[in-house]
Design a protein around this ligand. Structure first.
Ligand code: ADP
Length: 154
């Protein structure tokens, strides 16, 4: 069984709109294992790394300010193909275009204030988890429900 870990950040838009419970319960109900979770205040320095691929965009400064507007909740979820599973639950970037049933499609009407960040590839997930969590903040306990989540050859 090849387990993958991925990063989810509940953005200030989720915290301020009191959607933390709603969003985390979706990942719980899906069957993902919560490997780590913490509240943190993001900094300009960390966001310069995290959003380096947006450095040349006109909205770069604005997006960083939006991510620092309140503390966020950083979560690490684990499962088979967890990066793709979480990404498909997230929906497309702009909440107005995101499909109903996805997190952004159900809770966001904005391109910027779109509730969650989720890693978009296994390689980025690995790098991002190192950036947001110390090794001792991620926990490798076994889910008792594992035999009811996957078949033995998954
Ligand atoms: P995603 O979060 O879907 O992986 P990106 O990595 O392209 O998307 O963008 C990172 C974040 O920057 C988005 O989640 C969103 O908050 C913000 N963003 C992206 N595009 C725009 C835009 N055109 N206008 C305002 N904010 C944007």
């Amino acid at each position: 069984m090849s387990m993958e870990k991925t990063l989810v950040i509940l953005k200030p838009s989720a915290v301020q709109r009191k959607l933390v419970g709603e969003i985390t319960s979706r990942f719980e109900r899906k069957g993902l294992r919560l490997a780590g979770m913490k509240m943190m205040q993001l900094t300009d320095e960390l966001l310069n790394e995290h959003y380096a691929h947006l450095a040349n965009k006109p909205f770069f400064t604005r997006v960083k300010a939006s991510m620092m507007a309140s503390p966020v909740i950083a979560c690490c979820y684990e499962g088979v193909d967890a990066v793709q599973v979480v990404r498909s639950m997230t929906g497309s970037t702009n909440g107005r275009a995101a499909a109903p049933g996805t997190i952004r499609g159900d809770y966001s009407v904005s391109g910027q204030e779109n509730i969650v960040h989720t890693s978009d590839s296994p390689q980025n997930a690995e790098e991002e988890l190192k950036r947001f969590f110390k090794p001792e903040e991620l926990f490798d306990y076994r889910l008792a429900s594992l035999p009811y989540l996957y078949s033995c050859d998954e």
